[in-house]
Write a protein that binds this ligand. Structure first.
Ligand SMILES: C[S@@+](CC[C@H](N)C(=O)[O-])C[C@H]1O[C@@H](n2cnc3c(N)ncnc32)[C@H](O)[C@@H]1O
Length: 219
């Protein structure tokens, strides 16, 4: 089993009014968001990010923790599953210019509108069927992505991460530790389909054979 570790502890915290977003949300909003198209990234706030733009303040403080934890160097390879517009990969490339980077995302909109500098490393693909050979990457990272799949598909995606990684990986997933957090999560949630108590996630990882590291997204 991997370890529970908050590698995103330096990601800037945003002030969110969880209950307000909860009130505004409808099933139609969720359906629109789950298409992961323009509306999700660059449309109205009630359908997603409300403008998904590069800003170094987000990932740059986080990258040193990835580097230290995984001992990343120019000789390594790294895959980002659910890379969106490639912002995290771009910030990794600024610090480790020769590292071999790949990113996949189900959203053709995000890949089409990615940062130009990272475009050659990105492609449209589904986390359930990663277009890479076994053990292709030293490290696989997937931030807030696999919980967007139903439980069975989430298991398939985690097994795919396990298959293409050479033993090291890190994921974050929607989770809660108590009723208060559970309520906030379901009020906040727009795209997640598999949201569980942290202990249920740990049992799930064990049952399906996911051996990488993990942490929680808790609003
Ligand atoms: C909440 S966003 C996170 C994006 C990015 N990892 C980050 O942390 O900024 C979830 C991402 O997962 C992608 N996604 C959803 N389902 C997917 C799937 N089955 N395969 C690959 N990517 C998927 C979405 O298009 C979106 O870019």
């Amino acid at each position: 089993m991997g370890i529970e570790i908050d590698l995103l502890k330096n990601y800037p915290k945003t002030k969110r009014d969880v209950s307000e977003r909860g009130l505004q949300k409808t099933d139609e909003d969720r359906n629109i968001a789950r298409k992961f198209g323009k509306e999700f990234f660059d449309g109205s706030r009630k359908h997603g990010y409300g403008g998904f733009n590069y800003n170094p303040k987000y990932w740059q403080p986080v990258i040193p923790d990835f580097i230290n934890h995984f001992k990343l160097t120019n000789n390594c390879s790294l895959l980002d599953v659910g890379c969106a517009k490639g912002f995290m990969l771009y910030d990794i490339s600024l610090i480790i210019p020769e590292i071999k980077l790949c990113g996949i995302d189900i959203s053709s909109y995000a890949i089409k509108n990615c940062l130009e500098e990272i475009r050659p490393s990105l492609q449209v693909a589904d986390a359930k069927s990663l277009p890479f050979d076994d053990n292709s990457f030293d490290v696989v990272i997937s931030i807030n992505t696999v919980h967007n799949l139903e439980l069975n598909d989430c298991a398939i995606a985690l097994k795919e991460i396990e298959r293409v990684s050479n033993g090291k990986s890190f994921i974050t997933v929607d989770a809660y530790r108590n009723n208060e957090e559970k309520e906030a999560m379901f009020s906040w949630n727009l795209t997640g389909k598999t949201i569980m108590h942290v202990d249920e996630w740990k049992t799930f990882f064990k049952d399906i054979g996911y051996s990488g590291d993990y942490y929680w997204f808790i609003p």
